[in-house]
Design a protein around this ligand. Sequence first.
Ligand code: AMP
Length: 285
Amino acid sequence: MSLTTVHTVADLRATVANWRAEGLRVALVPTMGALHDGHISLTHLAREHADRVIVSIFVNPTQFAPNEDFGAYPRTLPADQKLLDDAGVELCFTPSVEEMYPDGFATKVSVDGAMTNVLCGAARPGHFDGVAQVVTKLLLQALPDCAIFGQKDYQQLMVIRRFSMDLNIPVEIIGAKILREDDGLAMSSRNRYLTPDERAIAPTLNKVLGDITAKAANGAELGPLLAKGREDILAAGFDPIDYLEVRDADTLELISDTVTKPARIFVAARLGKARLIDNHAIEPA
Ligand code: AMP
């Protein structure tokens, strides 16, 4: 079956209804396009859980602040469609902004508390409200059996799990591991912003996270490790660092001394035009 592309919620629902009538399981993979192998790995995981795979491509304006890169965000639909077709994806849903937010649209979805006030929530005020709003809509539009999200955006995955549970959205939320380039750089649509020189520097983030993770897992004090990590990231050419922090893997509470329970180290830092994020799991030895 080759890829079909639809642009309206009505066409999306009609397609899913036909699949449901055949008794098929459906998975949704939400994206903003400019697809890379990380996104494609999500479609493969989706295939393990479902008979039909939908990838949505929508650069959601409500999750970008006015000073951010909504206008510049790469839009590469024909190349994306080719990648999805090659990956065996059945349906691409790529709505317009007007289809998602018609005149009169007035509803917000907001996740309170510790999970959204920290990390990217602190650095990008309103970002997770926009994510919660658009993902709620996509889940209700497609009503898949499951939806796949990357751990690359770990905080986003936690926020999505939270509101899906709180709002009783009947979709299983599945997390997928981070896909990396050969030199360790986490794949990202925003890597396209990097100049060749910056691209050579970019794997520093993963390296610093890896070094700290290995030591923290063996019980080392986090303070000196994080201070050295910040130095190394700045020395490589990143500036500024939005955050370099270790947090509880489930609650995202800050851990400032030593790691004694499953944790995660998170970084966000700017390199030229790109704001790059990454994270690693820390499992105490
Ligand atoms: P985006 O298009 O950047 O909004 O990402 C769409 C989905 O792909 C999100 O669930 C991301 O977490 C996921 N994703 C992005 N980059 C990667 C990666 N390198 N490995 C795995 N998943 C990723």
